[in-house]
Design a protein around this ligand. Structure first.
Ligand SMILES: *Cc1c(COP(=O)(O)O)cnc(C)c1O
Length: 372
């Protein structure tokens, strides 16, 4: 290792690189496939493509890209404030919600302090804790989901932050609003709880809960949301956190002044107002979830019940199913990095994309059932 790398902090040198879903273009290049025929169900993106309203707003915003964006994101914060009933001082904008997750870590953690998250939880929590040299505390899961009691029990004197994804990625597991409230009431006030609700728009009526009013009661609660999933703007990189104004103020000090670009701000404002697009996204997902989960189960594979826009399928230890699907032009996500080497995560796509996945799975597994 060259000298500068050698002298980087040990916690940086030991970071395991994040492995994103394979881009369709990359697979096309590697396997000599036609990119147009590739189905990518690997990154939980919105298969509808962007909302027309967002596209139009973003085209308009292109005219001004020689200027810096509004570093305060005034118009976007105003739109968020109106939609979610929060004060503008409670909002932290991020270059994707990954950015705000990291801002929370940088605001509250440091070497010698610890961050708590669950086994099989979203990878960015571990990365954020590690990149600031803090101590990791990973709690065991129950049925692949968050064990809130275990998380409470894991909080120590040096714990500054707890991350919870609800629903969780990659498992799709969900904890009820009531369980979360009970948990929040028990967490010491000095510990920040980051509640990552990247998939909350996909929840059905029976699961829906509203965590935003809780911020009043629990000033240590930070709720994060994203425009990357149900709002269809993953490529624009925009998300936000809602928190007590003092917490938001601290996080905003750590934030890069121009972290959300002007085109993204315009697109986000437009799709916040496009309820119809979000409703269509949710309806398409519910239908597609049934298609994929039923189709996979009919082929004899185990699936984890999921509240997100993706589902985990058990293909077994040492399976080469991921590679086989790639050769058939279908990109899904191996999740060995999430301590789930027997599983693949499949994003819900358009009905015809889901069907492509199901038939590729059938072909790759030789059409036989039972694949535990
Ligand atoms: C996709 C996802 C996000 C969103 O990330 P962005 O940076 O906003 O694109 C956040 N949390 C979880 C759990 C996710 O799966």
């Amino acid at each position: 290792m060259i000298d500068p790398c050698e002298s980087a902090p040990s916690w940086i040198r030991s970071i395991a690189p994040y492995i994103p879903g394979k881009p369709a273009q990359e697979l096309a290049r590697e396997m000599g496939l036609d990119e147009a025929g590739i189905v990518k169900l690997a990154s939980n993106e919105n298969p509808l493509g962007p909302s027309e309203r967002a596209l139009e707003a973003m085209r308009g915003a292109l005219r001004d890209i020689a200027r810096y964006p509004d570093g305060n994101g005034f118009e976007l914060k105003r739109a968020i404030s109106t939609k979610y009933g929060v004060d503008m001082t409670q909002i932290v904008l991020g270059n994707g919600s990954n950015d705000v997750l990291e801002l929370a870590a940088r605001t509250f953690l440091a070497p010698g302090r610890s961050g708590v998250y669950s086994r099989h939880a979203f990878a960015v929590y571990a990365l954020s804790v590690q990149s600031v040299g803090a101590i990791h505390i990973e709690t065991p899961a129950v049925d692949f989901g968050h064990d809130l009691d275990a998380m409470l029990g894991a909080i120590r004197d040096d714990t500054a932050i707890v991350f919870i994804a609800n629903p969780n990625n990659p498992t799709g597991t969900f904890v009820s609003g009531e369980a979360l409230r009970v948990f929040l009431a028990k967490v010491p006030k000095r510990v920040t709880v980051v509640l990552d609700e990247a998939y909350t728009e996909y929840l059905g009526d029976q699961d829906r809960y509203d965590s935003i009013p809780w911020i009043r009661e629990f000033p240590n609660l930070v709720v994060t949301r994203t425009f990357s999933k149900a709002f269809g703007l993953a490529g624009m990189r925009v998300g936000f956190a809602l928190a007590h104004p003092d917490v938001a103020d601290l996080m905003n000090r750590v934030r890069q002044p121009f972290n959300v670009n002007s085109v993204a701000q315009a697109g986000a404002i437009a799709c916040l107002g496009d309820d119809d697009y979000v409703a269509r996204s949710r309806a398409l997902n519910l239908e597609g979830m049934k298609q994929v989960a039923d189709g996979v189960a009919a082929q004899g594979f185990e699936v984890l019940p999921s509240r997100g826009n993706f589902v985990c399928v058990r293909v077994g230890a040492g399976s080469d199913m991921y590679q086989k699907l790639l050769r058939l032009g279908v990109i899904v996500r191996p999740i060995g990095g999430y301590a789930m080497p027997e599983w693949l995560r499949v994003s819900i796509g358009l009905p015809e994309e889901n069907e492509r996945f199901l038939s590729a799975l059938r072909e790759a597994s030789g059409g036989s059932g039972r694949h535990r």
